[in-house]
Design a protein around this ligand. Structure first.
Ligand code: SAM
Ligand code: SF4
Length: 478
């Protein structure tokens, strides 16, 4: 339902779980001089972390002589990188598998693999439930893919869903298979130690671990040298990033941000996701200090009611959240802010739902990801609480939340008319090759005519905003 609603309301899309990218398949690596005898096809679902992981998988497969294809009908290996966050996400994957069944019947040598959170959650059960699946690999086991493929090629089904306390794939250079050549994701940590009661991530992605800071900075520098101009540092809870090695000074998230910002003033830095309990003044001051750290924070609130937040095990109160937002606005007055909201969590009353609407009113988010609660097997909430809010009530509350967010987004975008922004050009606009599309520091999409000026994607344009919808700013280059 949430996903359908998101499609109906274009202003409700965004970065964390981009509806437009769901099920995206990677194109072959442009200009790849290698000739590959075997081809893999990979489709990714869910959060940015999965899209980033698919690039690591692509790198491992490249090393094994597999080239990418965007046509699964010609692939020797078909992979789905899956998401378990809501039931609907899992259903999408199951439906997608049906599409591969026919092809597999006509091409018996073709292997089908399931990666990611659903693989981890269902483990070998997946092989029983979906007979066409040959390989099941959890998020920490991608290094074992070559062995698993070899095993599957002999006709055996193969599974590796071991979670690790150390694996960060720090030494694997991701293959940017479907890149605009301007923006890239860089994974800085894996797993999550927060036990939000609704969330399956700690079970499917394991314990939190931070990646070697030097390898992150090197990857970002390498991207910059190859022409990329924006990196998004990814983790489930980036503010708890902490890397220490031997006697050297531990690297906190604020320090890491600074190290990446110092690579070049022309390299923009974004990050996702922040947890309200962990984001520090240090991080906010570092953001304020460097122009190239984007003034945008995704700060999931989930609910505006303290009792529900407690049941969710979010470990902050409504007042704490509001104080964080106030602090952000004090230190970074022009900061863009977005959030995640869940409607109809267990036992939520109408009044508690109104608290969520009220906190949205107070915070006036530029954008939100909005979901109705979906019980996930094995989570704390599934074990402790009854999923007792009827579906129609969850949906009605969600619609109210979406309508409110739409009006806030409209106000927020309209308030930018007349302002000027530096926009990093990401490419041609979808509607017209005569227009550029890019984003401002606050993460808002900006479209503007090329007007014959000699600019290229990856360059910055100074744009004055002339009009706005609730999801796009339209402007002119100065
Ligand atoms: N680590 C991030 C955080 O703490 O917010 C994001 C995790 S999750 C991939 C993205 C969002 O999905 C969550 O913020 C939450 O709003 C939503 N979500 C997670 N589990 C859910 C569930 N069982 N039902 C509905 N929405 C859920
Ligand atoms: Fe899930 Fe909470 Fe961890 Fe986010 S912080 S991944 S919502 S457990």
């Amino acid at each position: 339902m949430a996903d359908v609603l998101q499609k109906m309301h274009p202003s409700v899309h965004g970065k964390d779980h981009d509806e437009e990218r769901q099920g995206e398949a990677y194109a072959p690596f442009e200009g790849d001089p290698n000739v590959f005898s075997k081809k893999f096809y990979i489709e990714s679902y869910g959060c940015q972390m999965n899209f980033s992981d698919s690039e690591i998988v692509a790198s491992i497969l490249h090393g094994e002589g597999f080239g990418a294809t965007r046509n699964f009908e010609e692939a020797n290996l078909v992979l789905l990188n899956t998401c378990s966050i809501r039931e609907k996400a899992e259903q999408t994957v199951r439906n997608r598998l049906q599409a591969f069944r026919k092809i597999k019947e006509s091409r018996p040598g073709m292997l089908v693999g399931v990666l990611g959170c659903m693989a981890e959650r269902l483990k070998a059960k997946f092989l029983e439930e979906e007979k066409l699946v040959d390989i099941v690999v959890g998020p920490d086991a991608y290094r074992s893919l070559p062995g698993l493929i070899a095993e599957a090629e002999t006709g055996q089904k193969s599974v590796n869903v071991l979670l690790s306390r150390e694996e960060t794939y720090a030494d694997i250079s991701p293959v940017r298979l479907d890149s605009n050549g301007v923006t890239a994701f860089v994974s800085i940590m894996r797993g999550c130690n927060n036990m939000c009661s609704f969330c399956v991530v700690p079970f499917t992605r394991g314990r939190e671990r931070s990646r070697d800071a030097a390898s992150i900075v090197n990857e970002c520098r390498d991207l910059f040298e190859r022409g990329f101009r924006e990196v998004t540092l990814l983790g489930q809870n980036v503010d708890s990033y902490h890397y220490s090695h031997g006697d050297s000074e531990p690297v906190t998230f604020a320090l890491l941000l600074e190290q990446v910002a110092l690579i070049s003033p022309l390299l923009r830095i974004r990050f996702s996701t922040s947890h309200p309990k962990d984001i520090t003044d240090d991080v906010l001051h570092t953001m304020a200090k460097y122009d190239n750290i984007c003034k945008y924070i995704h700060l999931p609130v989930q609910s505006g009611n303290t009792r529900i937040l407690q049941l969710m095990n979010r470990t902050y109160t409504r007042e704490w959240y509001l104080a964080k937002v106030k602090r952000i606005r004090e230190i970074i007055p022009d900061c863009g802010l977005s959030t995640d909201v869940i409607s109809g969590f267990c036992t939520e009353t109408e009044e508690e739902h109104r608290d969520t609407m009220d906190i949205m009113e107070q915070c006036r988010f530029d954008m939100s990801y909005m979901f109705s609660y979906s019980e996930r097997p094995g989570t704390l909430a599934a074990r402790r609480y009854e999923d007792d809010i009827p579906e129609d009530v969850k949906k009605r509350r969600l619609i109210e939340i979406i309508n409110l967010q739409n009006s806030h987004s409209r106000d927020s975008y309209l308030a930018d008319v007349g302002k000027t922004f530096d926009v990093l050009i990401e490419g041609d606009s979808k509607r017209s090759e005569h227009d550029w599309v890019g984003r401002n520091s606050q993460n808002k999409v900006v479209v503007f005519p090329k007007n014959g000026k000699e600019l290229k994607k990856g360059e910055y344009a100074h744009v004055v905003i002339r009009s706005a919808t609730s999801a796009t700013l339209m402007g002119e280059m100065l």
